[in-house]
Design a binder for this molecule. Structure first.
Ligand code: ATR
Length: 480
């Protein structure tokens, strides 16, 4: 079930949130601690106002909530609300007095016993969940992993607790996968909200429409993207609709990763079939691959890992993604000479791709030695950014591969002052913003433009083929 956490101050606002999210959710949690004291008095009416089951929660400040009442007064408030027809009431692990529990049971309201840790992962998670479950209908833990191995601990604990009614949540960015893959953890539900009432919470709409989290089952193949940072990744918006269109029971989600080795342990545990790799792991991942393609070997980095019998195989779809939008202009001879700005990881794949297609290149970079290294490997020229104007009028293609101009520092251009003739094709691989400062200047001169989103989508489509064996389906509108 997808559970919407209501953190509004009035019941009327809560109802509005339910209406807005109704098609994505199965159950809701009324966070009574967010309601004004006046509204709290009417909280008991709430279950009769909605057509889905309601969990009643009155969270203390010490557990990340807003209720600052004495424990006695808090329990009294909970008891008064329990006159309503709630499906569950949440009672924290350390609440000893059992008046709330008794009253709830007498009314047929089920008990969720919960444990929260907003800083870390408590010791002995397995036995604590076990103990919680002995005193409740559902045991809930919401803890804070700080590494991918902490995340793996949560999955392993859940496996040992098979048969126990539970909710296991890893909070924060590390735990996002536990929210999306809640069914793989055997959790009864996952919490969602528009306002992230707890760190890492995802909107109900995304859980339902992007990840289809409520349809994941033991047969669902898991794919994802590893990076750090990674939560901004747009790749789920490419792959998940693709899986849906070919009726493939699979999900693609972001994994924040600290080290590649631990991630491979999680990937094995989840029986993952493949994943995308982004900054800063495109080189680190190489040592864990049993098989790499010629492109990966020559480019020196890998952005796609797929499961093949008994090993992981690395391929690179970045160079293809970059080339696809300008392929015709290369094939027709329109592009013969290129200026490539930057000599980092992205530039490696681009320079390799262009050289492979016979294009002459000058690499311009802030640090000359980096440009020199890449130029030597690929047999091309190099220079510093300060000399950019030397190449005015001499190139057919200008490619921008650095992070200069990326949101939020978008009003800068790495070759400020460079005069376009209007004949150049100008390609910026940044996709946020779509119109970088460099592209704006090129547009003023009438240059043909290419955008980072084109490269992103094309590399993703080829990746999709590697993941599934199917062409990326036609007619999917990829909207970022
Ligand atoms: P990526 O993998 O995204 O290419 P990277 O490997 O960190 O990222 O490479 C970043 C590129 O952006 C490099 O070419 C870097 O120039 P240096 O080699 O001089 O570091 C370039 N870059 C980053 N910040 C820059 C800045 N403020 N001005 C100019 N170039 C910059």
């Amino acid at each position: 079930m997808i559970c919407y956490t209501l953190s509004e101050t009035t019941l009327a606002e809560c109802l509005r949130k339910i209406e807005q999210n109704r098609e994505y959710i199965d159950i809701c949690e009324l966070r009574m601690d967010f309601l004004t004291p006046d509204e709290q008095k009417s909280a008991y009416l709430f279950p009769s106002m909605v057509d889905i089951p309601v969990i009643l929660t009155l969270r203390r400040v010490s557990d990340g909530g807003k209720c600052a009442l004495s424990e006695k007064d808090r329990r009294a408030l909970l008891l008064s609300a329990l006159d309503g027809d709630f499906a569950y009431v949440d009672i924290e692990e350390d609440v000893k007095k059992n008046d709330v529990e008794h009253y709830a049971r007498s009314k047929g309201i089920k008990i969720i016993r919960s444990l929260h840790d907003f800083d870390s992962m408590p010791e002995k998670i397995y036995s604590r969940i076990q103990r919680l479950s002995e005193r409740a209908d559902v045991a809930k833990i919401a803890v804070t992993p700080h590494s991918i191995s902490d995340v793996l601990t949560l999955f392993r604990a859940s496996e040992e607790l098979e048969g126990v009614n539970k909710i296991i949540i890893g909070m924060g960015d590390w735990g996002v996968c536990t929210r999306i893959l809640y069914k793989k953890l055997g959790s009864m539900l996952t919490f969602a909200s528009d306002t992230a009432t707890a760190p890492g919470q995802i909107s109900a709409k995304d859980l339902k429409l992007v990840y289809h989290a409520d349809r994941i089952d033991e047969n669902t193949a898991v794919y994802g993207i590893i990076g750090n940072p990674v939560m901004h990744s747009l790749s789920p918006l490419i792959h998940n609709p693709g899986f849906e269109a070919i009726h493939y029971n699979a999900v693609y989600l972001p994994f924040l990763v600290d080290n590649v080795r631990s991630f491979f342990a999680l990937a094995e545990y989840l029986k993952m079939r493949g994943f995308s790799v982004t900054i800063p792991f495109k080189v680190d991942v190489l040592s864990y691959l049993g098989n790499i393609t010629r492109e990966v070997k020559q480019i020196g980095s890998c952005n796609t890992v797929i499961r093949v019998p008994n090993m992981w195989k690395g391929i690179n779809t970045d160079y293809y993604g970059f080339l696809a939008p300008i392929e015709k202009d290369i094939a027709s001879g329109r592009i013969k000479n290129a200026l490539v700005i930057g000599a980092g990881g992205a530039s490696q794949a681009i320079v390799w791709g262009l050289r492979n297609r016979g294009v002459n290149i000058v690499i311009l970079n802030r640090t000359l030695s980096h440009a020199e290294k890449l130029a030597t490997i690929n047999r091309c020229q190099f220079d510093t950014l300060d000399n950019a104007r030397k190449y005015e009028g001499k190139v057919d293609l200008v490619v921008q591969t650095t992070s200069v101009g990326l949101y939020p520092d978008f009003d800068i251009n790495p070759i400020d002052g460079f005069e376009f003739t209007g004949r150049e094709i100008v390609y910026d691989i940044i996709y946020k913003p779509k119109m970088t400062r460099l592209l704006k200047e090129a547009e003023k001169k009438g240059c043909k433009l290419h955008f980072g989103s084109e490269m992103l989508i094309e590399q993703g489509k080829l990746q999709f083929e590697a993941f599934t064996g199917y062409h990326y389906p036609d007619g999917i509108k990829i909207e970022f």
